[in-house]
Design a protein around this ligand. Structure first.
Ligand code: GLN
Length: 539
């Protein structure tokens, strides 16, 4: 049987609940427990796949092909574990399942209600995750803040879980903000007290409170919170802003967080913990910052105003930077701005150019200008998904002389469809969830740059796209110097392209950013950043 930790938030949103939950998962895994993590999102979309990146930030894709909240990416990176579709639950999924059952007549004439039908469905998802993961501890974060109408059924289901599974098997961690009044130099605990009152009014007494504050909190404030929120002093934790975010689990460990949870759940054997590799990471990042070494990567995208839209890409770049002890400075370039004519000037200081995934024609010309610049100036270039498609279209236009080269995403009738839907691929399927999603194998050509990066003949990476390279053009590209160095061994689809004549020009149909981890950068990112560092040194 799994134990459950529910992580809620109060006072304000964007408190860093996801980072706290990840830190807790990390520490419990380091203690030798099997940990699984989940996120409950109260919105009515079935998944974030159809939501604009401006609304939601990036869509993270799990190994088994679920389109999920970006917090799942945090969990995977911190836990160094691949999660699964059970990790991501939305109100849309819950209500969808309830309505389907109602139409099937499964409720046998009952009046279908939030309690018990919706709450039962929520609890069923927790038990599904328990079955699928076999975890000792399942940490489940509830999106939004306590008091939101949307999250009430989730909280009610969790309250019931505690009654059903027993108090000793379920814990609630409530995250709040403690504002600091600069003029009176005071940290105010009242919002936390009110937020706990909100939780109590729905029958949930938190076991622990995690306080976010911009200044270190005094013992007095913590004791006050313990007393007024009815939480033992040892259950009051501080999660202050950290210079380096990876310090947080170390700080929480010092405060006894993992001990507290182990004791409460009755895990007595997990007495050891080795945090050396993580401490090494924090130290390396601090040294990198102090060294002042940096490299400039131009990231050319459509939604660059919202950095969260490229969260995993930016994170994977920084992982590669830690590896080399070099800070990666990302120059966020709005693709459409490059179309104004001054693109060469704008890209001149880039040590590497990255064109990430994307959808739709707007800005695609700017992205192709960036790719063309990298190709003609031999600047290290990494194309991801849409970036790979545009790299091949740019090549077809300017090297193969197919001015009309295109993807059927932009023009279904194009005379030169370098990227196209596979025949019968999506006949009669609706918009949501129609992409090639999740992990697929990819065989790497011997001696290629891809093989040099991965140091393996066969890899697996995650996908999220509809259009595929049209093999009818393959020979023509090869004759002009493109190498199709990564091929799906089952379907023959093109997964990686490279131009060996250039120093580092590689692009993948999959998204390598999803598998990068702080201590294990993704190989394509690592070698790309390595090439950019070299480029900078040679200038
Ligand atoms: N729009 C392209 C496709 O659907 C690329 C998608 C992506 O970059 N994730 O194939």
């Amino acid at each position: 049987m799994s134990r459950f930790v529910f992580v809620t938030g109060g006072v304000v949103s964007s408190l860093g609940k996801g980072i706290f939950a990840s830190s807790l998962g990390f520490l419990l895994k380091k203690r030798g427990l099997k940990v699984f993590m989940m996120k409950f999102d109260p919105y009515l979309n079935v998944d974030p796949g159809t939501m604009s990146p401006y609304q939601h930030g990036e869509v993270f894709v799990t190994k088994d092909g679920a389109e999920t909240d970006l917090d799942i990416g945090h969990y995977e990176r911190w836990l160094d574990e691949s999660l699964a579709k059970e990790s991501s639950v939305t109100s849309g999924k819950i209500y969808g399942a309830v309505l389907e059952k109602e139409r099937r007549g499964d409720y046998l004439g009952a009046c279908v209600q939030v309690i018990p039908h919706v709450t039962n469905e929520i609890k069923a998802r927790l038990h599904d995750a328990e079955r699928a993961s076999g975890a000792d501890v399942i940490i489940c974060e509830i999106g939004g803040t306590v008091g939101d109408i949307e999250s009430e059924p989730f909280l009610e289901a969790m309250r019931q879980m505690r009654v059903e599974l027993g108090y000793q098997n379920v814990m609630f961690f409530h995250n709040t903000l403690v504002p600091y009044l600069r003029t009176s130099e005071e940290s105010k605990t009242k919002p936390t007290q009110h937020s706990v009152k909100d939780l109590l009014s729905i029958g949930i007494q938190p076991d622990a409170i995690v306080l976010r504050s911009e200044v270190p909190l005094g013992e007095g404030a913590k004791e006050k919170i313990s007393l007024f929120c009815n939480v033992a002093r040892e259950g009051v934790f501080e999660a202050d802003d950290c210079e380096i975010v990876y310090e947080l689990p170390l700080k929480l460990h010092e405060q006894g967080l993992d001990e507290f949870v182990l004791r409460r759940f009755g895990f007595t054997k997990q007495t050891n913990i080795d945090l050396k590799d993580w401490e090494g990471l924090v130290k390396r990042i601090a040294e990198t910052k102090a060294s002042g070494k940096s490299v400039n990567i131009a990231l050319v995208g459509k939604y660059v105003e919202l950095k969260d839209a490229y969260l995993s890409v930016a994170t994977a770049l920084s992982h590669a930077g830690y590896h080399f002890g070099v800070k990666v400075d990302i120059d966020w370039i709005k693709a459409i701005d490059l179309e104004n004519g001054n693109y060469e000037e704008r890209l001149a200081k880039a040590d590497g150019i990255l064109v990430p995934g994307g959808f739709g024609e707007r800005g695609s010309k700017g992205k192709m200008l960036a790719i063309e610049y990298a190709r003609t100036h031999d600047i290290p270039c990494l194309g991801i998904c849409f970036g790979m498609q545009l790299a091949m279209i740019e090549f077809a236009k300017h090297v193969l002389g197919h001015q009309e080269a295109n993807t059927t995403e932009f023009d279904p009738e194009t005379p030169c469809p370098v990227f196209d839907l596979l025949r019968d691929q999506y006949d009669g399927i609706k918009m949501g969830g129609t992409l090639r999603l999740g992990e697929y194998p990819c065989a790497l050509q011997k001696g290629s740059l891809a093989e040099k990066c991965y140091k393996a003949p066969l890899i697996k990476e995650r996908h999220r796209h509809r259009y595929e390279f049209n093999s009818a053009y393959r020979k023509e590209f090869e004759e002009a110097g493109v190498v199709f160095s990564g091929i799906n061994p089952d379907s023959g689809l093109v997964e990686i392209v490279e131009i060996p004549k250039l120093r580092f020009f590689i692009a993948s149909q999959f998204h390598p950013e999803f598998t990068s981890r702080p201590l294990r950068p993704n190989p394509l990112f690592q070698e790309f950043v390595g090439a950019a560092i070299k480029e900078k040194a040679e200038r």
